[in-house]
Design a protein around this ligand. Sequence first.
Ligand code: AMP
Ligand code: GLY
Length: 432
Amino acid sequence: MNILIIGNGGREHAIGLKLSQSPQKPVLIFAPGNPGMEELGSCFSISTDDFRGLITLAQTQKVDLTVVGPEQPLVGGIVDAFHAQGLKIFGPTQAAAALEGSKAFSKDFMGRHGIPTAHYRTFRALEPARAHLREVGAPIVIKASGLAGGKGAVVCMTIPEAESALQSMLGPKAIFGAAGSEVVMEEFMEGEEASLFALTDGKDFVLLPSAQDHKRIGDGDTGPNTGGMGAYSPAPIMTPELLEIVSKTIVAPTLQGMREEGVPYQGILFVGLMMTRQGPKVVEYNCRLGDPETQAVLPILQEDFLDLILAAVEGRIGQIVLQPSQQWAAVVVMASKGYPGPYETGIPIHGLDQAGSNSAGLLPDAHAVHAGTRYMQEKLVTGGGRVLGMVGQGPSLEAAIRAAYTAVSKVEFAGMQYRRDIGKKGLSRMVS
Ligand code: AMP
Ligand code: GLY
């Protein structure tokens, strides 16, 4: 079976690694891919928004199944475009991907279907938004409605912070362009976050191992938000009881609501959760797997991931029961100096085996996932903000974290930064 994986980040490398272990022995191709993926199959430099080019690639390479990593092509309608050519693809249609593509849509949807989330109002003009702020005060969360690369949500602890966030989205010098022309202002929720991934055929679903991300750049959750600096799986906060509650009050009604509205949701439904005192609430939906959560979730998935994807595409998820994972995994992201702000690229990376740079054999219980890397004169160099994810696995969370940090200690590039406390919150839950 020929499989095309679309994307060029750590998540897509992790998907490729998992699919390469499938007993069905698929042939993998990637567009555009990265040096890690080059070790798993051929990479074609076609951009993720070039649907015509990707369709031609799928046709000429006789691709049997396409798996989409990032949200932009999904929100842009890649699934509809592939379906129109009779090509099999895993992911939601453009209309269904609006759960991520438009926060205004997803908040209204949750309201219509009684799905627990923060109270909110949407605004398109600055003055009414400011008036609302004066009424409700801080803390408050202000979000650009459209896709903003994970940087469109501002948690404002004070009114001046909220004023400046509103100015940046609705004011004369708006920084998010169209993505910020509609703004969601929502109640600040207090609690711990977790990431949950439902794999669904639109009707039934299975839950992949839960995970927890580390969004802030600095230890102890300090500094600005990033795409995610590390993750571990499963998340001890997601007890079996809580998973049951989330399934019943959030995942099932979301899928049913989408069906009722005529936009059945097939693919991965990523539910970003906040465990509040009133119970779990939705922070946001995403229409794809998380990055870096995938790097920790997929290694501990016991089932053949390819089987699960095919079951979703073919409407057979109702026949599947996942075994609870016996393993733990943690991923520590190694990022460029300056990230999430501006950063330099082209800096040599040392310590990964030069010939086989994905270093599957680095350590027995760890491996490297490539995110922002590239080759320059046959040398591996940095090519993005998040450069590598070092993944550790083990029979306990502690062992997985230790393995990940041992792998981190083998790798070096000038200016690298990484968090020292990945998984700490999870560990504290295991002791208490
Ligand atoms: P989002 O883009 O909606 O995922 O938001 C990014 C991050 O902002 C989330 O992962 C949370 O850490 C934080 N956040 C978003 N909405 C809220 C909220 N209503 N209350 C507290 N924190 C939030
Ligand atoms: N790690 C969070 C995300 O993928 O959106």
